[in-house]
Structures are given as C-alpha cells and as structure tokens.
Design a protein around this ligand. Structure first.
Ligand code: GRF
Length: 203
C-alpha cells in the first residue's frame, strides 16, 4: 500500500479530511512544525505516528542579529526534515497547512524520489504566500477578482507556484464577511486535499 507523510503546523482539519477519506494508502507519519499543533492529537487519535520538527530548536542560542548563523540553521532544519522523510521512504509528501517555506535544502534530496504536494488557499498564480485567504477576500470585496478558491499543487522552489493538480474556485460574494468566506474556502480545501492526494498517488 502506498505510504504518505503529512506535514502540518496547526489545527490539522485538512489532515482530518485525509484521515476520514479512508484513502487507499497508509498515512504512516505526521510531522508538525509546532509541538502544540492540534493536528498532532488528530493523528494520534487515528493511530498515526507523529513527530515534531520545530525550527525554534534549530535557532536556540543563535542571536537574531546573527543572520548568517540563522540562515545555516534554517538550511539544516530543512535538510534534517528531508533526511527524516527519506528514512521513512514514503510515496508522497502532503503539505496540509505546513506554514514554513521549503527551501532547496529540503527539496533537492527528495527531488525525483518523493513527490511533494501542497494545499494553498488561493487560485493558481494569485496570492502566493501567507494570508492568502484574507488577501483574496479583500481583492474580491474591491471587485479586483470574481473568484477566490484553493488548489493542490506540486511543490517547487518558487512558493505556491508549482503545477496545479486540483483547482477549486470559490465565487466571491460581495458584502460577505471574511469569516464566512473562510468557512467556504476551508470546506473546498477539505475536498481538494483528498482529490489532489488521490491524483498524486495515481501518477
Ligand atoms: C489552511 O487554510 C491552509 O490552506 C493554510 O493553513 C490552513 C491549515 O489548516 N495553509 P489545517 O491545519 O489543515 O486546519
């Protein structure tokens, strides 16, 4: 059976969607960038092995102003995460609300060996990076875009710009609160992450 490693940073509602989907694959390990991520509880409840890979521990003892040393520590964080994943040797890595940029120190060791897909709460080419939900909502309320949405895409070095696998449009409703818009986005995410994972496994 195909093996999947899921990377999370927060509540893990997208991880939960993968668990509930009873995929024809084994979610064999969940890595969280935060020790307090509720997603860790979700994984444990489902009997999935978990680990924490926290950037903070790599920065311990390095003063903020020591940018060179912090850059090296960040690179080691990514390289160690790649090594951890290669040791598990999954068929797919799913970033389900992983809130850190994955640098070439992470991508290079996995390149050609383990595909990596990511969930991003915006449409291809729009609102790459953080706070995409809020930014697309604001653009929609301004009339700059008619749709928001979410996508599952392959992870490349350019943040949130890899080849899309699944794209789900969410029409903008003028006057809708950002909270209500976010509820609709998350609902679509939970569908997209299952669809995108299944498609990536079939490749
Ligand atoms: C999702 O909105 C995802 O698009 C964003 O962070 C959120 C993760 O939510 N990157 P969860 O941890 O899966 O509940």
């Amino acid at each position: 059976m195909a093996k999947i490693v899921v990377l999370i940073s927060g509540s893990g509602s997208n991880l939960q969607a993968l668990i509930d989907a009873k995929l024809p694959a084994d979610i064999c390990h969940v890595v969280s960038s935060s020790p307090t991520a509720f997603g860790l509880e979700r994984a444990s409840k489902a009997g999935i092995e978990t680990s924490v890979h926290a950037l903070k521990t790599y920065y311990t003892g390095i003063p903020k102003e020591n940018t060179e040393a912090r850059k090296a520590a960040r690179s080691k964080f990514d390289a160690d995460l790649a090594a951890k994943i290669l040791a598990i040797s999954p068929d797919l890595v799913v970033c389900a609300g992983w809130m850190l940029i994955l640098s070439p120190s992470f991508l290079a060791p996995l390149d050609g060996k383990v595909p990596i897909i990511n969930l991003h709460p915006a449409l291809p080419g729009q609102f790459a990076g953080t706070h995409a939900i809020e930014r697309s909502w604001e653009a929609g309320q301004r009339g700059d875009v008619e749709n928001g949405g979410c996508m599952i895409h392959y992870v490349i070095e350019e943040v949130d710009m890899g080849e899309p696998i699944v794209v789900e449009k969410v029409p903008i409703i003028k006057g809708e609160s950002v909270e209500d818009y976010e509820v609709r986005i998350h609902a679509k995410e939970h569908e997209a992450i299952v669809k995108g994972t299944l498609l990536a496994l079939q490749k």
